[in-house]
Design a binder for this molecule. Structure first.
Ligand code: FMN
Length: 175
């Protein structure tokens, strides 16, 4: 079975040089596209205390968590990953890194023998160092080539996602 686990934040965002309110986060849109193409189940990685709705406060909170190397508590976790062999992991790029709550998620499971397909949304930084961070954190996993989607392209990512899936058979280090 396949799983799409993703972190994403709706609310006030900043892209294309202006503030905009989005009802569904960019990464969630890509996650839903992947789920539609693969039949995978969806799991949203949610913090017990989510970051603020307004963008500037969110930036400050996320920065504090990154500086502190925090592991924000999650609202829920899948009981285990036993039934899943292919896991798509989605997140926004936060300063070239994963949101800290994604580390909370990754450190909650044994990844031995799992195949991980990372994907991110961003505003120019692409995947940054996230694929390497995932491989370092998920010991024993096969971490495949990542997909980076601009936030503003999340609504129209079907072709890009489909092409990534077709070519996603190579690459990646075992963690
Ligand atoms: C706290 C924070 C830090 C960010 N840092 C970066 C960055 O360093 N590089 C980048 O390209 N985009 C950065 N972004 C933009 C997000 O990666 C982008 O808007 C993404 O699509 C948000 O996904 P979401 O709507 O699923 O949460 C940042 C956004 C936030 C909120």
């Amino acid at each position: 079975m396949k799983l799409v686990a993703f972190y994403s934040r709706a609310g006030e965002n900043y892209f294309g040089g202006q503030y905009r309110v989005i009802e569904v986060g960019n990464t969630e849109k890509v996650a839903r596209t992947i789920a539609a193409l693969t039949g995978a189940e969806l799991f949203q990685i949610r913090q017990v205390v989510p970051y603020a709705w307004d963008y500037q406060t969110c930036i400050r909170q996320a920065q504090e968590d990154k500086r502190a190397n925090a592991r924000p508590e999650l609202a829920e976790l899948p009981e285990n990953l036993e039934g899943y062999d292919q896991i798509y992991l989605g997140y926004p790029n936060y300063w070239g890194d994963l949101p800290m709550a994604v580390y909370t998620f990754l450190e909650s499971f044994d990844w031995t023998g799992k195949t991980l397909h990372p994907f991110c949304t961003h505003e120019g930084s692409g995947l940054g160092g996230t694929v390497q961070s995932i491989a370092r954190t998920c010991k024993g996993a096969h971490v495949k080539n990542g997909l980076a989607v601009w936030g503003s392209d999340a609504d129209n990512c079907l072709e890009k996602v489909a092409s990534w899936m077709q070519h996603d058979t190579t690459g990646g280090a075992a963690g």
